[in-house]
Design a protein around this ligand. Structure first.
Ligand SMILES: [Zn+2]
Length: 274
């Protein structure tokens, strides 16, 4: 199937994470986590988390409060992230960023199976799964002034777009078309194969979340802003034309982050549900 023509859609990046990182997720879940996920998913999902993983983007229009939970704005050009400094919304309300939201929904899900479970744990699961993808997208942790690359106009080959969208969509879409004959399944297989071969030594480190914590979004956000500086923003100015050089050097970063996001979501769900 040809890449979906999305235009500048806020859903696009997550569709990539959902379709690329989540199919191999279920094979990494413990039995308890898999059972919990199946119980929490609505029947319409047919036990497939990937099918609802862009729900959190669609619901932004109804749950206006949830918009700031998809990203983090860090100080321009600093290339660092600190929870206490950066995790806030535009009004300065602390904890309202993707890292705070991951912690919050993790805490909610930890009440699963207990009598104090007052929360909507289906929504908590859908938010957590989605936001774990967002925090791994380099420009979802980006500079404040350019809104994570959303105000930087660029050309992707001949198409006008913005830098954020290049990272959410264009790079993966072009890879699908050029290397995988527009077959997302082949791209998923390639990433899955890397997880068990080239990256196999690193995977246990990706999964670590020390200090008795269940979720570790600060680590992922720190990596994210570093990747944004070293790869997303690097060499890009307003009206830059991004072509093969940029595409070929950045594609491995995206696939690596997609793999990390999927592995870490599974590890987090395993810690939550046992
Ligand atoms: Zn999102």
């Amino acid at each position: 199937m040809a890449g979906v023509q999305t235009g500048i859609s806020p859903f696009a990046g997550l569709l990539r994470f959902c379709s690329v990182s989540l199919p191999h997720l279920q094979s990494r879940l413990s039995d308890a986590a898999e059972d919990a996920v199946k119980e929490l998913l609505p029947a319409s999902a047919n036990d497939d988390l990937a099918s609802l993983c862009s729900w959190a983007d669609r619901v932004k229009f109804r749950y206006h409060w949830s918009s700031p939970l998809h990203f983090i704005d860090t100080p321009d050009d600093l290339c660092t992230y600190q929870y206490t400094r950066d995790c806030k919304d535009e009004d300065g309300v602390k904890g309202r960023c993707v890292a705070g939201a991951i912690n919050n929904y993790t805490s909610q899900l930890l009440t699963y199976g207990s009598s104090q479970a007052d929360y909507n744990l289906t929504e908590a699961l859908l938010f957590l799964s989605h936001l774990m993808g967002d925090v791994h997208q380099p420009l979802h942790v980006g500079f404040t002034t350019d809104k994570g690359g959303n105000t930087i106009d660029v050309k992707w080959y001949n198409t006008k777009t913005v830098l954020h969208h290049v990272w959410d969509t264009n790079i993966i879409e072009t890879a699908e078309e050029q290397f995988y004959d527009s077959n997302i399944g082949d791209l998923i297989d390639a990433i899955e194969k890397n997880i068990t071969t080239e990256w196999a030594d690193q995977v246990p480190k990706w999964e670590i979340c020390s200090g008795n914590k269940t979720a570790c979004p600060d680590i992922y956000a720190s990596e994210g802003i570093k990747a944004a500086c070293n790869w997303s923003y690097k060499g890009v100015r307003e009206d830059s034309v991004l072509e093969d050089d940029y595409f070929l050097s950045r594609l491995p970063i995206i696939t690596f982050r997609l793999a990390q996001g999927g592995v870490r979501l599974a590890a987090t769900l395993n810690r939550i549900f046992g």
